[in-house]
Design a protein around this ligand. Structure first.
Ligand code: AMP
Length: 163
């Protein structure tokens, strides 16, 4: 559990965490790999969301997943780009959150991931929370918490915590 003052201050900026779906670059499950390769190369993000036609979140795709599929025995098979679909290479084992207010779970997931997808209860893609946006709030918290709450240092010198 997060301690209350920290949770409260992080939640205050929660609305700013979300990069909404309409400005998140994405590809669709049935796009060919050539399309995904171009999108990833142009936008210069390493991983982007994959959606179905209705806008449900299906997974993430990255350039390494595509090039791995192209790897033959001794050379890259570029024909694969036209022949295969995003659904054949995407990573579907992705943890999502259902609300920007789910600060604790988001924090856990962002330890290993530069961004966390946000979906609604029907798995419709709503956007992403990036580490960058979250760190801005964390920065605010580290500067402001002492101004907004009384912080009293406890003496642990004789307790087992200090040993
Ligand atoms: P940032 O913290 O802004 O560097 O973003 C971290 C990661 O989130 C990027 O490497 C991308 O994988 C993803 N990302 C951020 N913004 C977008 C966006 N507008 N569209 C797609 N992916 C994004």
């Amino acid at each position: 559990m997060l301690i209350k003052p920290v949770e409260e201050m992080l939640l205050r900026n929660a609305d700013h965490y979300l990069i909404p779906a309409d400005i998140v670059a994405n590809v669709q499950t049935d796009n060919n790999l050539y399309h995904a390769f171009l999108v990833l190369t142009k936008i210069k993000y390493s991983r982007i969301p994959v959606l179905d036609h209705a806008g449900h979140f299906e997974g993430l795709v990255s350039l390494p997943l595509i090039t791995e599929k192209m790897l033959g025995f001794d050379q890259l098979n570029t024909d694969i780009l036209m022949q295969c679909r995003v659904s054949e290479v995407m990573d579907t084992d992705i943890k999502t959150v259902q609300s920007v207010g789910d600060v604790e779970e988001t924090l856990h997931l962002m330890v290993d991931n530069p961004f966390v997808p946000v979906v609604d209860s029907a798995n419709m893609f709503e956007g992403i929370i990036t580490r960058r946006e979250f760190m801005k709030s964390f920065n605010f918290l580290t500067h402001e918490i002492g101004r907004q709450y009384d912080m009293i240092e406890k003496d642990f010198s004789n307790s087992s915590i200090a040993k």
